[in-house]
Design a protein around this ligand. Structure first.
Ligand code: PMP
Length: 328
């Protein structure tokens, strides 16, 4: 390892790891574990891309404020990048997102403005636009900023192409929020590995790309209530709906059976990859994106119903444990 000059120099180059228990035997299922980024999610890439691009264009100067409507991970990533490069940061966030996300942004020195989930991302973006216009803040505009898919072409896609160079790869499975990952990786795969099928997953209860109605869903970071302008829909070979509870349960299995604690959207992506695997040819190789760490969802339905006390079932009958088991 080199000695790094900045925490931002550690963004990207995330590991691709094989799953050993979740996948059926006739396929190989790999996951790209984006929680290895310093801010814990794939959005570190976007935050760094947008800030470097704005600096290069002279749109940001030291001490400026960056504002963004964010599902949380972008907020955490932008707060981290802002802290490391000397900017201020304000997140405009739906009140349906987890408490952990608000606290992390504040830990990195950022501010958080909440809006009701029913307004959707489009409502939140309006609030962020007005605030930025009033105070002269820089808007990251993750849903429209071409620096977003560009950075995924240059980093995420380049890493995948390099790691799978000379190796079989049949399917790339990802969900989408801004569609930066899907568009950037999809475009490079179409150029460099056109035989790879690009599968895009969306929540069954907010399957906007499939033409269904959007509703408030629990796969944080996925499926805004509009189609982002950075989307290049030509990269999508297959669109698949996934149930959010199935996604949540798969995230739990990833942690308990593979030792990879990832977020709800990661679980939903792997659940989609398992659907793809069902009809995939013998020997197929599938790669699924895991956008973030499960630690971002400790207070959400990801861990709902989990015991917070002691697991006492083995204590009965032990003399040393009588005091522990005696009724209060
Ligand atoms: N999962 C999570 C948890 C996210 O925060 C995001 C980004 N909003 C995504 C998936 C989707 O990534 P992208 O914006 O590149 O489509």
């Amino acid at each position: 390892m080199p000695l790094f000059d900045s925490i931002l120099d550690t963004v990207g180059r995330t590991p691709i790891v094989k799953l050993h228990r979740l996948a059926p035997k006739h396929v190989s299922l790999y996951v790209k574990v984006e929680s290895f980024n310093p801010g814990g999610s794939v959005k570190d890439r976007l935050a760094l891309a947008v800030v470097l691009d704005a600096e290069a264009k002279g749109l940001l100067k030291p001490g400026d404020t960056i504002a963004e409507c964010t599902s949380g991970n972008v907020g955490i990533a932008l707060a981290m990048v802002a802290a490391a490069r000397g900017y201020k940061f304000v997140a405009v966030m739906s009140d349906s997102y987890s408490i952990e996300r608000r606290k992390l942004i504040r830990a990195y020195g950022g501010k958080v403005i909440l809006f009701p989930a029913e307004l959707g991302s489009s409502g939140g973006n309006k609030i962020a636009d007005e605030l930025a216009a009033k105070h002269g803040w820089f808007r990251a505009r993750q849903f429209d900023n071409p620096a977003n898919p560009a950075y995924h072409r240059e980093t995420t896609a380049a890493e995948i192409l390099s790691d799978f160079a000379g190796k079989r790869l049949d399917y790339f499975v990802t969900g989408f929020g801004t569609t930066g990952t899907l568009t950037g990786v999809g475009q490079m795969l179409k150029l460099a590995r056109p035989s790879v099928r690009v599968v895009a997953a969306e929540p069954a209860n907010a399957a906007v790309l499939a033409g269904k109605a959007w509703s408030v869903h629990q796969i944080q970071g996925w499926a805004p209530d509009f189609v982002p302008s950075v989307l290049d829909a030509t990269v999508i070979d297959e669109l698949r709906p996934i149930d959010e509870v199935v996604g949540r349960n798969t995230a739990r299995r990833l942690a308990a059976e593979e030792g990879i604690f990832a977020g709800i959207s990661a679980g939903a992506t792997v659940a989609t990859a398992l659907d793809v695997a069902q009809n995939a040819a013998e020997g197929s190789v599938i790669l699924a994106m895991l956008p973030d760490t499960g630690e971002r969802y400790l207070s959400t339905f990801l861990l709902e119903g989990m015991n917070e006390g002691s697991d006492d079932e083995w204590l009965a009958g032990l003399s040393a444990s009588e005091a522990l088991l005696s009724p209060a």
